[in-house]
Design a protein around this ligand. Structure first.
Ligand code: ZN
Length: 204
């Protein structure tokens, strides 16, 4: 049976907590494997490109990620190239750590969060990251990511430290989705702060 969790919204204390790491034995347990499947279904149901355990009320260092091709098939190609957004297959990150000394370059794009529905803001993020984590089987993994995937990783890993995008956003760019569509041509329209767009045309 499909299990869909309720996604908790900003103001829930669990979203501001430091999540606890999982042991390899815990990751391999049937409880956590079932939890991963339910988080995957919850992410698809939302829909979203990532979901961290605190967003379903569990302070655990666990997140699921998948950027499906169908999420972007209607988006302008230039906007996708600018964001370096390419499909990412389903995978799990556990106990992730971003290497602090790699990827100094910063890019700014609108992003949102399932825990703050209906809003978006420009958020500066590193363009490239290297992440050390465990996978769904408890095996160590090194993820080298750039562009939108790097953004997703930073957003989800922030959740595990009790950080939300509103802590990092350019405050004056904060808008409802409705008003972004109405006044700025939507999430792919020209940003109000033109100097914050990235210069890139790299394709997938
Ligand atoms: Zn989020």
């Amino acid at each position: 049976m499909r299990k869909i969790f309720k996604v908790v919204h900003v103001g829930e204390p669990v979203l501001r907590q430091e999540a606890r790491p999982l042991s390899v034995a815990e990751i391999r347990s049937s409880e956590i494997q079932q939890l991963i499947e339910a988080m995957r279904e919850t992410m698809y149901d939302a829909p979203g490109v990532g979901l961290a355990a605190p967003q379903i009320g569990l302070p655990l260092q666990l997140a699921v990620i998948e950027d499906k091709p169908e999420y972007t098939e209607k988006a302008p190609r230039e906007a996708l190239a600018e964001r370096e957004r390419c499909p990412v297959p389903f995978h799990v990150i556990v106990n992730p750590k971003i290497r602090p000394d790699e990827g100094e370059e910063e890019v700014r794009f609108y992003e949102g969060c399932l825990s703050l529905p209906g809003h978006l803001a420009l958020v500066p993020r590193r363009r490239n990251v290297v992440v050390d984590c465990l996978d769904q089987n408890g095996e160590p993994r090194v993820i080298k990511a750039s562009g939108w995937y790097a953004r997703i990783l930073q957003h989800e890993i922030d959740h595990l430290a009790g950080t939300l995008y509103i802590d990092r956003m350019l405050p004056r760019s904060f808008a409802t989705v409705e008003n972004l569509n109405r006044f700025f041509g939507g999430v792919f329209g020209p940003p109000p702060l033109k100097e914050h767009t990235a210069e890139s045309n790299r394709a997938c």
